[in-house]
Design a protein around this ligand. Structure first.
Ligand SMILES: [Zn+2]
Ligand SMILES: [Zn+2]
Length: 252
């Protein structure tokens, strides 16, 4: 559970930093890993150029700022990435926070295996999307369903929490609109991939998945088959009762 900081001068100062970091991010794009040269599974090449992926033994080490590569109502209005709400939720209401650049380091297994017992997902990041934005579980900061928080999701289905960390609890529309509804969305901390809500032309529902919100099958990135999670339109959206494999770590 993350500490609860008041929306303060710290946040305001950090929002200013984001503007400056737009240029810095593009300067580091050339550090994006070539998967064939690194030995990482080819799926890791799906991370955007703003995300740095390297291999450390059996782990992928993923560095990301967590700042989305799409517009949001949660950037400062003076930021070129700001966009007023354009989504379809008539009850949309800003939660009052703004996106703050993070220093996130995910260490996730590149050859994931089923765990004997399935650890529950924690609050905070449980995985990382291909654009470097953290994936959160189906609960809010009080470990309750997202009933109210859903109304604060921006037009791409993300929102920042109280320290400005932007994240997705549900389908990241900025990724599925760009890469398609069957696309690789990212990885959970256990190293198993997350896919969009459509597979082989069929929309996946919770009934198609196990209690952890996944199943085994071939995917575009793993043609020999792998356990993978799917996003669905209904709660729990991305993950169910816990990790299928042993989770790696996230530092922030
Ligand atoms: Zn949230
Ligand atoms: Zn599937």
């Amino acid at each position: 559970m993350q500490s609860r900081l008041p929306l303060s001068a710290t946040v305001v100062a950090a929002v200013g930093l984001i503007v400056a970091c737009g240029a810095a991010r593009s300067a580091t794009e050339s550090t994006s890993t070539d998967s064939s040269a690194s030995g990482l599974p080819s799926a890791y090449a799906k991370f955007t150029s703003a995300v740095t992926v390297t291999q450390d033994g059996d782990y992928a080490v993923i560095h990301a700022t967590g700042v989305p590569d799409h517009k949001s109502v949660y950037f400062a209005p003076s930021d070129s990435r700001y966009e007023a709400y354009t989504g379809t939720n008539k009850n949309f209401s800003s939660n009052g926070f703004q996106i703050v650049e993070q220093q996130l380091t995910f260490r996730i297994p590149t050859n994931p295996k089923a765990a004997a017992s399935h650890a529950s997902t924690p609050l905070g990041p449980i995985g990382v999307a291909v654009n470097g934005v953290p994936i959160f579980n189906q609960y809010n900061g009080q470990n309750r369903p997202l009933t109210v928080e859903i109304n604060s999701f921006d037009q791409y289905n993300g929102h920042p929490q109280q320290t400005g960390q932007y994240h997705y609890h549900v389908e990241p529309l900025g990724i599925t609109q760009k890469n398609g509804s069957s696309a690789l969305i990212g990885f959970l901390l256990d190293g198993f991939p997350v896919y969009g809500p459509v597979e082989n032309g069929k929309r996946i529902t919770n009934a198609d998945l196990d209690e952890l919100h996944g199943h085994v099958g071939a995917t575009a990135d793993y043609p020999n088959g792998i356990y993978h999670y799917h996003i669905t339109a209904e709660d729990p959206y991305i993950n169910g009762a816990g990790f299928y494999g042993a989770p790696g770590t996230v530092g922030r």
